[in-house]
Write a protein that binds this ligand. Structure first.
Ligand code: NI
Length: 396
C-alpha cells in the first residue's frame, strides 16, 4: 500500500486514509478468524481462508508447505538479497467461549483464547503492506502460518518439512499477544524467555498384597511418594541456585480398593528449564532416582518425552526489534522469562530469531474463556513487523 501524492500535506492525508483502509481490512479478517477457531492440526477452514486472502493480495506468491494445514507464502523483493521469515500460529483451544464478543466463536467448545487469530491477522497485514512495496524490498520475505502451536508439535512438523533449507531462510521473527500490557507497548529481551517443555512418566512396580499384611508384598505407594519428594530435591539441592528449573508432578495414580496394596503406582508431570545443560542434568538425575528404587527391589520404568526447547532470542535481532519499535512509537519494556512454552524455539535452533510480546490489553489471561485482545493493536503490530523485516533484510 503506497500513495503517489506529491505534496507533504496530501501525503500525510493519504497515509491516514491508507491506514484507515488497512485497519478495516485487519478488523474484518480478525473477526472472521475469531468466529472460526479450529484445534491443532484441524485448521482446514483457517488454512483455506488465509490462502484465499493471500491469493488476492498483490505481490504475494503461495508456496507449498507440505502439511495438511498451515500456509506458506513469499514476497519477492525487486532486488535480490537475504531471506527473512515471519511466523504466525493459527490454531485455537478446546475452550467454550464466554467473552461476550459480538464476533464470538461459532465453533462451540473451541476458542481463540491465546490470540493466535491476532497473530494470523497481523501477518496478513504484513503481507498486504510488504506485497505492495516490493520495489523497496531487498531479498525475500517468507510468510509462515504455522499449525498446531498449542498441541501436536506444529513447530517440529514445520521444521521436518525442510522448508528452512529449501528456501534458505536466514532469520525469523514472531510475536505473541500479551494481556497485561496495554496497546502501544511491546516487550523484548535477548536470550531465553520461555522454557523448554518436557514431560515425564514413572511406573513403579512392586508386588500387590492384602492391605492388612504389607510385609507379604512390596508396596509401590510409599516408594512413589518418596520419589515425589526426591524430585523436588533435584531442583532445590542438585541444580545450581543461579539456574532456573521446575519439576511438577501433576498426576499420581495407584490402587483399586481400600484393602488392597496395589502392584503399581504411576507418576506423571512436566519439567521446565531454560539452560540446555540443566535440562540434560535433570534427565540424568531423574533416571538415577529410578535406578535407586530398583535397588530396593522395585521395577521402575522412567519415560522422558521431550517437547520444544527453550526460546532463545538472538541479541542482535532483539536489539533490531527494540530499536524499530521505539522508532514506531511503541513503549518498549524488558521481557521477563516465563516457564511456559513456545514452539517458535524450534526455528531458533535452525536460524537466529527474535520473538516479542505485543500489548493487547484485556482483563483475562490467555487460555481463559473470557480472554479478549484489543484489535486496535493490529495495525501497529503489522506495521512494526513489516519495518523489522525490511531492516533485517537490509542488514543481511
Ligand atoms: Ni499462544
Amino acid at each position: 500500500m503506497s500513495c503517489n501524492c506529491m505534496t507533504r500535506t496530501s501525503q500525510q492525508e493519504c497515509r491516514g486514509i491508507l491506514e484507515l483502509i488497512l485497519q478495516t481490512y485487519l478488523l474484518e479478517h480478525f473477526q472472521w478468524l475469531h468466529r472460526h477457531p479450529e484445534l491443532a492440526l484441524k485448521e482446514y477452514e483457517t488454512t483455506n481462508y488465509v490462502k484465499n486472502v493471500l491469493k488476492q493480495t498483490e505481490g504475494v506468491e503461495l508456496l507449498n508447505l507440505g502439511l495438511d494445514t498451515g500456509v506458506l507464502a513469499k514476497i519477492e523483493g525487486k532486488e535480490p538479497g537475504g531471506v527473512v521469515a515471519i511466523r504466525a500460529d493459527i490454531d485455537a483451544l478446546p475452550i467454550l467461549e464466554e467473552s461476550g464478543l459480538s464476533y464470538s466463536s461459532e465453533n462451540e467448545g473451541c476458542m481463540h483464547a491465546c490470540g493466535h487469530d491476532f497473530h494470523t491477522t497481523a501477518l496478513l497485514g504484513v503481507a498486504k503492506l510488504l506485497g505492495g512495496e516490493r520495489e523497496h524490498i531487498k531479498g525475500t520475505v517468507i510468510l509462515l502460518f504455522q499449525p498446531a502451536e498449542e498441541a501436536e508439535h506444529g513447530g517440529e512438523k514445520v521444521v521436518n518439512t525442510g522448508m528452512f533449507e529449501k528456501y534458505k531462510i536466514e532469520k525469523i521473527f514472531g510475536l505473541h499477544t500479551k494481556q497485561n500490557m496495554p496497546v502501544g507497548t511491546i516487550a523484548i529481551a535477548p536470550g531465553p524467555f520461555s522454557a523448554a517443555v518436557d514431560r515425564f512418566l514413572y511406573t513403579v512396580k512392586g508386588m500387590g498384597c492384602h492391605g492388612s499384611a504389607p510385609q507379604t508384598g512390596l508396596d509401590p505407594i510409599p516408594a512413589a511418594a518418596r520419589l515425589v519428594g526426591s524430585l523436588q530435591e533435584i531442583v532445590s539441592r542438585r541444580i545450581s541456585p543461579t539456574e532456573t528449573a521446575v519439576i511438577s508432578v501433576t498426576r499420581f495414580t495407584s490402587g483399586t480398593s481400600w484393602n488392597i496394596i496395589p502392584e503399581t503406582a504411576r507418576l506423571e508431570g512436566t519439567v521446565r528449564t531454560f539452560n540446555p545443560k540443566v535440562r540434560e542434568q535433570i534427565v540424568e538425575l531423574m533416571q538415577a532416582q529410578a535406578e535407586g528404587l530398583e535397588r530396593e527391589g522395585y521395577q521402575v520404568e522412567f519415560t522422558w518425552i521431550p517437547g520444544c526447547p527453550a526460546t532463545n532470542n538472538d541479541a542482535e535481532l532483539a536489539e533490531l526489534v527494540r530499536k524499530e519499535a521505539m522508532e514506531e512509537g511503541f513503549h518498549v519494556t524488558l521481557q521477563h522469562p516465563e516457564m511456559g512454552g513456545e514452539d517458535f524455539s524450534c526455528y531458533q535452533e535452525l536460524v537466529p530469531g527474535a520473538f516479542f510480546h505485543v500489548g493487547t490489553g484485556g482483563k483475562y489471561p490467555a487460555h481463559n474463556s473470557k480472554f479478549t485482545v484489543d484489535p486496535a493493536a493490529l495495525l501497529g503490530a503489522s506495521k512494526l513487523m513489516s519495518e523489522i523485516v525490511k531492516k533485517a533484510l537490509k542488514a543481511s
